[in-house]
Design a protein around this ligand. Structure first.
Ligand SMILES: [Zn+2]
Length: 342
């Protein structure tokens, strides 16, 4: 009887396969991203270019980023808790609420990417000691209180700035993710003179700092003291990454030293990461969606119709342009949307 029980689902599956088999190979019902009509999405193709492997090997030596850690004596005992709060001179409460919502979402994304990195590379699980939160104001505790300043102009045509471990000046809500990653000590991703470098991998585009394994590898090195301490050790000018005993590739340098506090810099190329066992890739991919519980479903690439262009529900690119209406801000915004600045 057991054999019959097992047979039933297999038979059903066979019937299904017959039912969905294409009736004629020449009538291809699905479009690839190459065949998108009258829509300039050349750069959206997530697949690496032809000859990618050879090119990548060469390029990976020149793609680099860095992460910083401050070893200030008066930081001794500070908890690895980043408490962000809004300090806004903007009088428009609706705009403030958009800022708050984007900051909350950005923190959630950063934590999700951090968790994904640890899931892929559990040897860096000490990163889970990092806490990020958004609250009403500074905590009366020895933590990283990070004010996020919004000017009276609410949305202004100026750069946003993220200062390592200190503060953020936000000119536009979509910059929040990028600047928050800076406050954790992350530098930009650089290729040649391009400080906002994004590149293709077999898993899709690497977009912004913080959304890929290269950024988090550098951060894991900078925060390696968390492997040995629960709170900041103060003025300890040591290369804790070398004590991890993982044979990691990187460049370590004392950026500044004032005798009572120091700044340490870790620089890594994509090649360093690969040679340390880290696959350089974005965390979010185009090709699949991973559901809670482990289910993985393929993502369908839909063909955009004419009416979808500029539609707020279907055209993220159009929305960004329409909302911002400013080329420079648009550039910052598009950086977040995994497209490099012009
Ligand atoms: Zn930046």
């Amino acid at each position: 009887m057991a054999s019959v029980k097992f047979l039933i689902p297999i038979l059903c599956l066979s019937v299904l396969l017959v039912a969905i088999a294409p009736s004629g190979a020449s009538q291809v019902p699905w479009r690839t991203i190459d065949s998108l009509p009258t829509y300039n999405l050349v750069d959206e193709d997530p697949r690496p270019p032809k000859g990618y492997e050879k090119e990548w090997l060469e390029r990976s030596r020149h793609i680099w980023t860095e992460a910083y850690m401050y070893f200030y004596e008066d930081w001794k005992g500070r908890k690895p808790v980043f408490n962000y709060y809004l300090v806004s001179q903007c009088q428009d409460e609706e705009t403030n609420e958009i800022y708050r919502e984007t900051i909350r979402k950005s923190i959630n994304y950063i934590l999700r990417y951090r968790d994904k990195f640890v899931e892929l590379y559990p040897q860096f699980s000490y990163l889970l000691k990092l806490k990020l939160q958004f609250s009403e104001g500074p905590l009366n505790d020895n933590v990283f209180n990070i004010p996020i300043y919004i000017s009276s102009g609410c949305v202004v045509s100026a750069n946003s700035y993220g200062y390592f471990f200190e503060k953020i000046i936000l000119s536009f809500h979509m910059d929040a993710f990028h600047e928050i990653v800076h406050t954790l000590g992350s530098g930009h991703m650089v290729y040649g003179s391009n400080q906002y470098y994004a590149f293709k991998t077999p898993w899709g585009w690497v977009g912004d700092i913080g959304d890929n394994t290269l950024s988090w590898y550098a951060l894991a090195l900078a925060w390696s003291w968390l492997r040995f301490y629960d709170t900041h050790p103060g003025y300890v000018k040591e290369d804790f990454a070398s004590k991890l005993q993982m044979n990691l590739k990187y460049r370590f340098s004392v950026y500044s030293d004032w005798g009572h506090s120091a700044i340490i810099k870790y620089s890594v190329t994509a090649r360093d990461a690969e040679e340390s066992g880290i696959i350089v890739r974005p965390f979010d991919t185009f090709f699949k969606v991973e559901l809670r519980g482990g289910a993985v479903i393929s993502a369908l690439i839909l063909r955009p119709e004419e009416w979808m262009k500029g539609n707020p529900n279907f055209d993220g690119r159009g929305v960004a342009r329409a909302f911002v209406g400013d080329q420079r801000l648009c550039c910052e915004c598009m950086t977040l949307l995994t497209t490099r600045c012009p």
